[in-house]
Design a protein around this ligand. Structure first.
Ligand SMILES: [Zn+2]
Length: 438
């Protein structure tokens, strides 16, 4: 299998949550000699060096200072997001119902509900553990410990194939396990929670710690089916979270491949895109702006100098695009919908839900031509609203022109999405060319 795709599939498999995506990204950066920066101390950056900053354990900004740190000509930025639509556990509260222990969930982002039923799901996230000297954060993921959300049988839900509206409160509780029966002192069988007061008891036993030491947790559901190539001739790959871990992976691969430029190269991976980006670690926060300004200030530069660098900079906002679907082609504007494996799509929207302008789209077309990468266009049907991306948020906060691009996918926000193998390598090449500023 192609190295770039093997690396992407491994990344997808190892990152069921934004926390894991950041941790896996950090491993790549560390292996390439990048150093972590603490936001709470003064930075003393060196030229020709790689650094990264993490917020909330779920967003990460990595950059290479290049040869000209005193007076860099520009920032060359790629943005992507680490989160994907899923279901978040409602704390560790277990419910007993009809002999089963179940967990309530909240909807996070916009998943296609039906795709999450009758699958081998598992739980992943971060656990906050009490320690003598404070709180320890541990990442949790165990594909062997499955949970599930079964459908009712069609015999009791006859119209399900005409479309069924799942109620997130009532229908999507996930089943953890059956309640084990025990006998009381009179010999009568009775239901008991087997001393399981909370789901955290099960997690604690997995982690071999006391559940009393679990202070809190951020846990979500994920599909245990691994990412894989698909179609008769393996032209495509399918996995959960391709939106938008594929672009996180591509941006980091490109950042690590291109170093020592005259500009500063940046990959900004934000959490919370699927829920509006308005968090301290989201794209609609101070995170990117502060990191970029501190790069300039760290070598005695001024705020005015920072603004001048911003004025010559460029953002490529990279998020998944819709590929034309042969069974549903009437849902798309067929003149402006990309196909799988025909290259990155440039996304445009008259309501500015995408940041692309004629000027920034032209710049990206030139990047693709230079990289020998084909490109396509995506514009939504004129009678239907389009999705949103990080592009307009970062561009507006920083005053840096941006283009919205993305690789075409089928089934966006399904538990299992499908993308084109060739497109991933095309996008890495395009990002590398964007980062080359000599
Ligand atoms: Zn996305």
């Amino acid at each position: 299998m192609d190295q770039g795709i093997r690396s992407l599939l491994d990344y997808l498999n190892s990152a069921p949550t934004a926390y894991h995506a950041v941790s896996e990204t950090e491993k790549k950066l560390k292996a390439a000699g990048y150093s972590i920066l603490d936001e709470s101390v003064t930075w003393n950056l060196k030229p020709c060096s790689g650094y990264y900053v993490i917020r909330n354990g779920s967003s990460l900004i990595a950059f290479h200072t290049g040869v000209n740190l005193e007076t860099p000509g520009c920032f060359r930025i790629v943005t992507a997001h680490t989160d994907s639509p899923t279901f978040r556990l409602k704390e560790g509260m277990l419910n007993e119902k009809n002999g089963m222990l179940t967990l309530g969930v909240e909807v996070m982002g916009g998943p296609i509900f039906s795709t999450w039923l009758d699958r081998d799901l598992a739980v992943a996230g971060r656990i906050l553990i009490r320690k003598k000297d404070g709180i320890e954060t541990v990442l949790y993921k165990n594909s062997e410990r499955k949970v599930l959300i079964p459908n009712p049988p069609i015999h009791l839900n006859r119209t399900v194939n005409k479309g069924f509206e799942y109620n997130a409160q009532n229908h999507l509780k996930c089943i953890v396990k059956s309640i084990q029966k025990s006998s009381d002192s009179t010999g009568k069988s009775k239901n008991s929670k087997e001393n399981i007061e909370s789901f955290y008891d099960l997690i604690a036993s997995d982690l071999k710690i006391s559940s009393r030491d679990i202070l809190d947790a951020d846990l979500i559901l994920y599909d245990t089916q691994e990412a894989a190539l698909t179609s008769w001739e393996d032209e495509f790959f399918s996995s959960g979270r391709i939106d938008n871990l594929a672009m996180c992976h591509a941006s980091i691969q490109a950042l690590l491949a291109v170093q020592n430029q005259t500009g500063i190269t940046v990959a900004a991976l934000f959490d919370n895109e699927e829920t509006g980006s308005k968090t301290p670690q989201g794209a609609d926060s101070s995170f990117l702006e502060q990191v970029l300004e501190r790069i300039i200030l760290s070598r005695g530069g001024s705020r005015e100098g920072f603004m001048a660098v911003c004025a010559s900079s460029f953002i490529v906002s990279a998020d998944a695009a819709h590929a034309i679907h042969p069974n549903f082609s009437d849902l798309y504007d067929e003149d402006f919908t990309p196909e799988l494996n025909k290259g990155p799509a440039i996304k445009k929207n008259a309501g500015w839900n995408y940041a692309s302008t004629g000027e920034t789209a032209s710049l990206f077309k030139l990047i693709c031509e230079k990289a020998d990468v084909p490109y396509q266009l995506f514009i939504n049907r004129s009678d239907s609203p389009t999705g949103k991306t990080l592009g307009p948020l970062s561009a507006a906060r920083l005053g840096i022109p941006a283009v919205d691009v993305g690789n075409p996918l089928w089934s966006m926000h399904s538990i299992r999405e499908t993308g084109g193998v060739k497109d991933h390598n095309f996008m890495i090449k395009a990002f590398e060319t964007h980062y080359r500023v000599n």
